[in-house]
Design a protein around this ligand. Structure first.
Ligand code: PAF
Length: 276
């Protein structure tokens, strides 16, 4: 596996490949990232992983400074999962002095996580568009855990005619159902036990829906009641159209049930799709 430190090195490496799968990450890699890399390695003759903690997607009071940086372990995980090369740009390379250009996906970026983290998706779409231009990949891999991110990036790829296929892979979970996340390592023992509440709340909505309940006026309180028993502060719990992210009264189409909640001071997200 090669480590590529500059954009020029990535371009030179890319030129020698036929098809490339690309897995953009912010490091602090876990089994969820490994599953994306393995999927890419199965689909493509070469897989590039990027490790870059993107400052523009963090708000002023968020965890950019303390975001875990574990490059040595990340490189080992990438190699074991089948990556061919890892790109580790620094901030000055991605945002040189004078940087002024942004990619914004209207409306979709203002709801759910976008309403509590203003500017977050502008940072995500901009860095991902830049990374796509640098990597020139054939396919790019993202996790369903970040459902809104995946939806927005799909929109961006389509709207801007970016020449690559976006592949969204299933959320990887701990044995008790907690979705894997780089932020899970912030949780203490008690918080870790309570973090499973997000999954339990989603599972209850899935159960009710399977049993025939389609009214969100019934599903939503069930979601929130369970969350109240586990989390310290709810950021949002919403039942929305899976394409437009607009609230629904009735689950009569693909529907995203999405949660963001604080357990201790750690903000966790999770989601499920019902009505498919
Ligand atoms: O999902 C992430 O880890 C990040 O949002 C991404 C896509 C790597 C952009 O920084």
């Amino acid at each position: 596996m090669k480590t590529l430190n500059t954009i020029e090195e990535v371009r030179a490496w890319r030129g020698a490949q036929a098809e490339v799968g690309f897995v953009p990450t912010m490091g602090a890699l876990h089994e969820g990232h490994a599953s994306l890399i393995r999927r890419s390695a199965a689909d493509n003759p070469a897989t590039l992983v990027s490790v870059f903690v993107n400052p523009t997607q963090f708000g002023p009071n968020e965890d950019l400074a303390k975001y875990p940086r574990t490059l040595d372990a990340d490189l080992k995980l990438c190699e074991a999962a089948g990556a061919t090369a890892v790109f580790t740009p620094d901030k000055s390379m991605m945002y040189p002095p004078g940087f002024r250009s942004w990619v914004i996906v209207d409306e979709l970026g203002d709801r759910l996580c976008g309403s509590s983290r203003p500017g977050h998706f502008k940072g995500v779409t901009t860095v991902v568009a830049k990374l796509f231009n640098i990597a020139q990949a054939t396919r790019a891999y993202f996790g369903q855990k970040d459902a809104q991110q995946a939806l927005i990036l799909r929109r961006m790829v389509s709207d801007l005619n970016l020449p690559l296929e976006l592949v969204v892979c299933p959320t990887v979970r701990e044995a008790d159902g907690l979705a894997l996340s780089s932020r899970n390592r912030y949780l203490n023992e008690d918080e870790r036990k309570r973090a499973v509440g997000l999954h339990k709340a989603l599972a209850e909505v899935e159960r009710l829906f399977k049993a025939g309940t389609t009214k969100t006026a019934i599903l939503h309180p069930a979601l929130v009641t369970i969350l109240d028993d586990y989390v310290d502060k709810l950021d949002y719990a919403e039942i929305v159209d899976a394409d437009s992210l607009q609230p629904l009264d009735e689950v009569d189409r693909p529907t995203l049930v999405a949660i963001a909640a604080f357990v201790g001071s750690t903000r966790l997200i999770d989601n499920t799709i019902i009505g498919v």
